[in-house]
Design a protein around this ligand. Structure first.
Ligand SMILES: *[C@@H]1O[C@H](CO)[C@@H](O)[C@H](O)[C@H]1NC(C)=O
Ligand SMILES: *[C@@H]1O[C@H](CO)[C@@H](O)[C@H](O)[C@H]1NC(C)=O
Ligand SMILES: *[C@@H]1O[C@H](CO)[C@@H](O)[C@H](O)[C@H]1NC(C)=O
Ligand SMILES: *[C@@H]1O[C@H](CO)[C@@H](O)[C@H](O)[C@H]1NC(C)=O
Ligand SMILES: *[C@@H]1O[C@H](CO)[C@@H](O)[C@H](O)[C@H]1NC(C)=O
Ligand SMILES: *[C@@H]1O[C@H](CO)[C@@H](O)[C@H](O)[C@H]1NC(C)=O
Ligand SMILES: *[C@@H]1O[C@H](CO)[C@@H](O)[C@H](O)[C@H]1NC(C)=O
Ligand SMILES: *[C@@H]1O[C@H](CO)[C@@H](O)[C@H](O)[C@H]1NC(C)=O
Ligand SMILES: *[C@@H]1O[C@H](CO)[C@@H](O)[C@H](O)[C@H]1NC(C)=O
Ligand SMILES: *[C@@H]1O[C@H](CO)[C@@H](O)[C@H](O)[C@H]1NC(C)=O
Ligand SMILES: *[C@@H]1O[C@H](CO)[C@@H](O)[C@H](O)[C@H]1NC(C)=O
Length: 420
């Protein structure tokens, strides 16, 4: 009897609520142990349902995820659980987390600055560390970051470390599907030291409601030291990178995104830290609608004294529509330096085998007539960069499009558009 119920749940796991109903309405007595310390969890046949305790639901949520008694942790539609303490679910195995309701992080900025989990990389901090193996998070629900208090505070003090709602750390085989994240204080998702990670059908929306204060650094995804990551079928409104491939992102597929208001889909920046080697290899980004953005296609690496090294290899950007984008295509291998310094200390991040094709649309006019800028470092660091079927124009008042390049031999049928 119980076995049959479980088989049904596994088969129906994409529409989990449909399988909870029969499990709950039958006796459920096969599985009697409840996680007793936390009255806000009820447990039936391995499905642990959280209810709102009116206090901090963080410990109950963590206990349910880490409990062997709960193969599924369920936050039903209409339920908001409030999280007022950090969630460490690092050692999680074989778990469904069905979030149909809302997971809301409190906006006690003083508390969280002291108590969030801290990373060395870019001083990132997080509310929730999720790691382990074979975990899925799905259900149509919302993670509410309550970021406005953070945007306000950061506008007065840029030393404030703002937490990331969900960090996937030291994890393998994770699926995050059909989830919305609202008002993130900082990046939406950080994927670090992980592999086989899938994000699908994700909605991200972070905007400040106060004029003059921005929702800064609200990147969609930052991928770091991770392999085999897929991000598909998602829409993002934010105020920093839509997706960012940080050091040692390999084998990443990004498809079917609408990015609104972002800073583009970026490789880098790489080679920032002296003594470190940053690799980004095998990245494919296709079917993108990029609008109202600072950048579209972007690859940036540092040059100058005391910087690091690395390699950018086999990157493909294809089938993009861009509207109102300041820099629709930009490669900058002299990031944070001027021409003189970049000549003296060229980039140590060779950029090779980059294929950019079928990119159309309009720039914003921020760079006047310039629609593409391929600013490679002296020293021949860019090689085999190919552009095909590029149709970009500036606003009519700037006339014909300008395609800029330096220290590069552009290949492909768009080569004739360039001045170098
Ligand atoms: C849960 O908690 C919040 C804040 O305490 C409250 O506003 C909400 O109505 C509660 N109830 C449910 C069912 O989520
Ligand atoms: C999170 O929990 C894991 C497993 O219990 C532990 O090893 C790790 O130190 C904890 N991480 C933090 C940052 O507290
Ligand atoms: C993954 O976890 C689910 C949920 O607990 C479980 O049903 C499934 O068997 C697990 N898969 C593997 C390969 O362990
Ligand atoms: C991290 O914080 C330290 C100390 O506040 C600061 O010196 C450093 O510049 C910060 N690094 C980044 C990448 O923000
Ligand atoms: C800015 O925030 C940092 C980090 O919380 C804190 O140490 C510092 O005192 C704050 N500065 C001011 C002027 O409030
Ligand atoms: C893009 O974001 C802006 C600012 O939040 C919003 O007004 C606009 O409706 C969004 N456009 C689309 C197509 O989502
Ligand atoms: C990236 O991976 C290479 C090995 O491919 C390693 O040598 C390097 O230290 C890694 N860099 C970072 C920033 O993790
Ligand atoms: C380039 O990367 C793609 C994935 O984006 C992969 O399918 C392809 O095999 C790679 N090509 C080479 C030559 O490594
Ligand atoms: C890139 O893809 C190629 C072809 O699949 C593979 O041989 C190579 O190992 C991949 N590179 C990395 C860093 O995973
Ligand atoms: C370039 O940058 C270097 C180092 O910051 C500075 O010393 C130099 O004056 C700058 N040169 C120009 C032409 O701006
Ligand atoms: C741009 O490309 C998209 C999708 O490939 C296509 O639907 C659209 O008509 C194109 N627009 C222009 C102006 O070429």
């Amino acid at each position: 009897m119980m076995v049959i119920k479980f088989v049904r749940c596994v088969l129906l796991d994409v529409i989990l609520l449909a399988c909870i109903v029969p499990a709950v309405s039958s006796s459920g007595s096969d599985f009697t142990s409840t996680v007793k310390r936390f009255p806000s969890i009820s447990n039936l046949d391995g499905i642990c349902t959280l209810t709102n305790s009116s206090g901090d639901d963080g410990p109950a949520f963590t206990a349910a995820i880490l409990s062997d008694q709960c193969s599924t942790v369920n936050i039903p539609a209409g339920t908001t659980i409030n999280i007022a303490s950090p969630l460490n679910t690092s050692a999680t195995y074989n778990k469904h987390i069905s979030l149909a309701g809302t997971l809301s992080f409190t906006d006690d900025t003083t508390y969280w600055q002291q108590n969030s989990f801290k990373f060395t990389y870019q001083n990132a901090t997080t509310f929730w560390l999720l790691g382990g193996k074979n975990i899925s998070l799905y259900g149509g629900g919302t993670i509410q970051g309550n970021g406005q208090a953070w945007y306000n505070l950061y506008s007065t003090n840029s030393s404030v470390l703002r937490p990331i709602p969900l960090t996937i750390y030291e994890a393998i085989n994770i699926v995050v599907r059909d989830i919305t994240v609202l008002q993130t204080p900082f990046w939406n998702f950080f994927v670090s030291d992980s592999k086989k990670i899938v994000f699908d059908d994700i909605t991200l929306h972070s905007t400040s409601t106060i004029a003059g204060i921005d929702a800064k650094n609200t990147d969609g995804w930052d991928i770091y030291r991770s392999d085999d990551v897929t991000i598909t079928n998602s829409q993002i409104t934010n105020q920093d990178d839509c997706v960012s491939f940080k050091p040692n992102s390999t084998n990443v597929l990004v498809q079917n995104l609408i990015c609104n208001g972002s800073h583009g889909i970026s490789v880098g920046s790489l080679g920032q830290y002296n003594g470190e080697f940053d690799l980004v290899e095998n990245v494919s980004v296709s079917n993108i609608h990029m609008l109202n953005a600072q950048n579209g296609v972007r690859i940036k690496s540092w040059a100058g004294p005391n910087v690091g090294s690395g390699l950018v290899k086999n990157i493909s950007y294809s089938h993009w529509q861009e509207d109102n984008v300041d820099n629709p295509i930009i490669i900058d291998s002299c990031f944070m330096t001027n021409t003189t310094t970049c000549t003296q200390y060229p980039s140590k991040v060779p950029t090779e085998d980059v294929y950019i094709s079928y990119i159309n649309g309009t720039s914003s006019g921020q760079e006047q007539s310039v629609v593409v800028n391929l600013n490679c470092s002296p020293g021949g660091t860019c090689s085999n960069i190919k552009l095909d079927n590029i149709a970009l124009s500036p606003p009519a008042k700037y006339g014909l499009a300008t395609y800029l390049c330096a220290n590069i031999k552009v290949l492909g049928n768009a080569a004739s558009l360039f001045n170098c």
